[in-house]
Ligand binder design. Structure first.
Ligand code: LMR
Length: 333
């Protein structure tokens, strides 16, 4: 956020979609103080401009003191000029008959173009959160086309998986949600992700000491969290929107405000090979703010052999997608 003006230049792509519709009314929650404002750029394809204009009318009708300006655009220069925070939600959804590689190509073009536009127009300290699926790989493509923006400014969202992990655990054992901490998700935002229950605490005490039967954690629990996105799609006919928007708020709050004292949280960040991931890929790790106020991957976690194996498989899936991007010429250097 600009120090002087206290105005956040925020770009949201896919702004005419359902996630953005659930997100926009809540943006005020992200502001540091009551005088902060948002210069909001709503970006979507040209055919969605009427929908964006309607959205802008609704936002006017909020009479929100925190909205400084709204720009509705399909032009990436207008969307990303001076942008300090980009939330990339827009992507081509997978449709019937489409192979994953078709999806990679379609989204590869979108995220290559957005990466180049961010590189050309965004603020030098921009932070980029990729929500659109496959979010780890889309973030990887975007980062690789924004060659002047440091890789540590690119993130993929694993907060929705983390929130699901908290909710299922609390429900299963009738626990108070607010007393659970340090429950993190590793790997890809896909069914291969792994919920690291072993370091989670309840009221400061390791959960695995409080609950003796660990078989639920290692099996059913993992499946419940991993399959929740698909279950929601089955139930509502389209993918999660309100819970995704809520997870964006949680994730961005962490990205914007590093002064608060947090425990560990899940974030898709650019790996340097920590815990065996392919360097340069975007991987969800347990993260923390270190003493210098920098967002960093938690070090020296002692993983048991089952966790190691599960995490390695998820890392491998991410590496395979990254390699596929290279073989499809979506990344050429
Ligand atoms: C979710 O986790 O709910 C979504 O990422 C699922 C999807 O494929 O859109």
């Amino acid at each position: 956020m600009s120090q002087d003006a206290s105005t956040l230049k925020l770009t949201i792509t896919g702004a005419a979609g359902q996630i953005a519709y659930a997100l926009l009314p809540r943006l005020g929650e992200l502001l540091i103080n009551v005088e902060s404002k948002i210069d909001l750029r709503l970006c979507d394809t040209e055919s969605q401009l009427p929908a964006l204009n309607a959205l802008s009318m609704e936002l006017d009708d909020f009479a929100c003191p925190w909205i400084e300006k709204i720009t509705c655009t399909s032009n990436l220069k207008d969307a990303f000029e001076g942008c300090e925070l980009a939330i990339l939600i827009g992507a081509r959804p997978r449709t019937l008959g489409m192979e994953r590689s078709d999806l990679l190509v379609a989204n590869g073009e979108i995220f290559s173009e957005q990466g180049r536009a961010l590189n050309a127009y965004a603020d030098q300290n921009v932070k980029v959160l990729v929500v659109a699926n496959p979010c780890n790989t889309n973030a990887y493509i975007c980062m690789n086309h924004a060659k002047d923006i440091p890789s540590h400014r690119f993130f993929s969202m694993s907060m929705l998986d983390q929130n699901r992990a908290y909710a299922f655990m609390a429900k299963q054992y009738d626990l108070e949600l607010a007393m659970i901490e340090n429950l993190c998700v590793w790997g890809n935002h896909s069914p291969s992700m792994y919920v690291d229950f072993q370091r989670a605490t309840y009221d400061g005490q390791p959960i695995i000491e409080r609950i003796q039967d660990h078989s639920w954690f290692a099996n059913d629990y993992q499946t419940l969290v991993a399959q929740r996105g698909s279950e929601v799609i089955k139930a509502r006919g389209s993918s999660s929107a309100a819970s995704a928007a809520n997870a964006i708020i949680d994730n961005v709050a962490l990205l914007l405000d590093q002064n608060q004292c947090y425990g560990n949280f899940s974030m898709g960040v650019c790996s340097h090979g920590e815990y065996g991931a392919q360097p340069g890929t975007i991987v969800s790790y347990p993260c923390v703010y270190n003493a210098k106020g920098e967002l960093s991957i938690v070090e020296h976690i002692d993983l048991d052999p089952i966790a190691q194996q599960r995490i390695a498989l998820s890392f491998e899936e991410i590496a395979n997608e990254a390699n596929q991007c290279r073989s499809l010429d979506l990344i050429t250097h």
